[in-house]
Write a protein that binds this ligand. Structure first.
Ligand SMILES: [Zn+2]
Length: 78
C-alpha cells in the first residue's frame, strides 16, 4: 500500500485544507484552480463565489455568539 496523496480540498464546515491545514483555498489549491480554470477566469470566480457563500453560512453557524453579539439583538421583532 503506497502513501496516499491527500488533495488540497476544503474540509467542511471549518473550511481548512484537508491536506495542509491552511485556510482554504490554500496556496496549492489556488494554483491548481488557476490551472483547472485557465482561460475561463469568470467561471472560476463564479465557482469561488458559490463556495464563499457556503463557507460564510457554515462558519457563521460555528460562531453563533458572533451572530448574537452583532445582529440578533438588533433585529426587529414583530
Ligand atoms: Zn492545502
Amino acid at each position: 500500500m503506497g502513501r496516499r496523496v491527500i488533495p488540497h480540498v476544503p474540509m467542511r464546515p471549518l473550511w481548512r485544507c484537508r491536506s495542509c491545514g491552511a485556510a482554504w483555498p490554500c496556496q496549492p489549491a489556488r494554483l491548481s484552480l488557476l490551472v483547472e480554470y485557465r482561460g475561463n477566469r469568470t467561471a472560476l470566480l463564479v465557482y469561488l463565489a458559490g463556495l464563499m457563500a457556503e463557507a460564510r453560512e457554515q462558519l457563521a453557524q460555528l460562531n453563533p455568539d458572533l451572530h448574537h453579539r452583532f445582529i440578533a439583538w438588533a433585529r426587529a421583532r414583530d
